[in-house]
Write a protein that binds this ligand. Structure first.
Ligand SMILES: [Zn+2]
Length: 303
């Protein structure tokens, strides 16, 4: 090994990394062509450099994938929480405010063909109608109510509401207005035959049993979790199931507060279930993110 070789060996690390000038590169290449010892040294230097990326690429890919999933989950969590908030706000804005009976709330007119038209006042933006048939008196009993919503009050396109009941010669017709405020229903069309007197339309109470059921399921699952705490495979499923009653109860509290009654129970129930589903997926994603964070911080601690 001569002095030139020593000089070349000093440069080789930079040469391998391609951090030399063109002149130096040519100088080294020229020497390597003639000197087997330096060529061997170069090969030796290159090998570990080639091997390192090969072994490192797998964990690197894994970390990249984990980061990608984490980012995706964060985006998903944000989107789903935004959807839940929008649904809750939408539910509150479009919840019906029922009108009590008053003279100017609507006009009832009988048409020439015997049909009955109920023309609501402009402030009414929605109504619903329930129909019953009384076999004894051969009477069709209609029970109507009318409402508006916060949304309708502030949006400009409030269409006029009219309701038409077609004429049926076979039967009598009675129409009641349900005030939905705890006061008696008011007869607005037909002859009072005392069959339907003093009726107060009451709100549906279905939400309390549902809420209690969710609470019961939660309590049972919590006890099961405690009893089976050593069985990891079952605990995973219990933890996922626990989120169902929690989501339902949280959705109820967000949409209806602590009220358990409703005059529009179907609508309210649909909104609660929708919000509960969004909460469920948000919680699943949130927990997964939290666990991933815990794993990373643990790993860092161990390192
Ligand atoms: Zn040499």
């Amino acid at each position: 090994m001569n002095n030139k070789c020593n000089l070349i060996r000093d440069i080789l690390p930079l040469y391998v990394e391609d951090m030399v000038s063109t002149d130096t590169r040519e100088f080294v290449s020229e020497h390597l062509e003639h000197c087997e010892a330096c060529r061997a040294e170069l090969e030796h230097m290159r090998k570990p450099a080639d091997i390192i990326p090969n072994t490192d690429i797998v964990p690197l890919r894994r970390i990249k994938k984990e980061l990608f999933i984490k980012r995706l989950q964060t985006v998903f969590l944000t989107a789903i929480l935004a959807c839940a908030i929008v649904t809750v706000i939408f539910g509150i804005l479009t919840s019906p405010k029922f009108f009590s009976y008053s003279d100017d709330l609507f006009n009832v007119d009988s048409g020439a063909d015997g049909s009955i038209t109920i023309a609501f006042d402009n402030k009414v933006t929605g109504y619903s109608c329930m129909k019953e048939f009384n076999d004894e008196t051969k009477t069709e009993i209609y029970q109507i109510n009318a409402w508006t919503t916060t949304w309708d009050i502030y949006s400009s396109n409030r269409g006029k509401q009219n309701m038409v009941i077609p004429f049926d010669r076979e039967t009598n017709v009675q129409i009641y207005y349900a005030q939905n405020d705890g006061s008696e229903d008011v007869l607005i069309y037909g002859i009072n035959d005392n069959a339907y007197q003093d009726t107060v339309t009451l709100p549906r109470q279905i939400f309390l049993p549902y809420f209690m059921l969710a609470f019961l399921v939660l309590a049972i699952l919590a006890v099961l979790r405690f009893l089976l705490k050593n069985k990891q495979a079952i605990i995973v499923w219990i933890d996922r199931s626990l989120l169902f009653p929690i989501s339902y109860m949280a959705a109820h509290l967000c949409t209806k507060g602590i009220s358990f009654t409703s005059y529009s129970s179907k609508r309210d129930f649909c909104i609660i279930v929708l919000v509960a589903m969004l909460f469920y997926f948000a919680m699943l994603t949130g927990i997964s993110l939290y666990k991933a964070k815990k794993r990373t911080s643990q790993k860092n601690f161990e390192d």
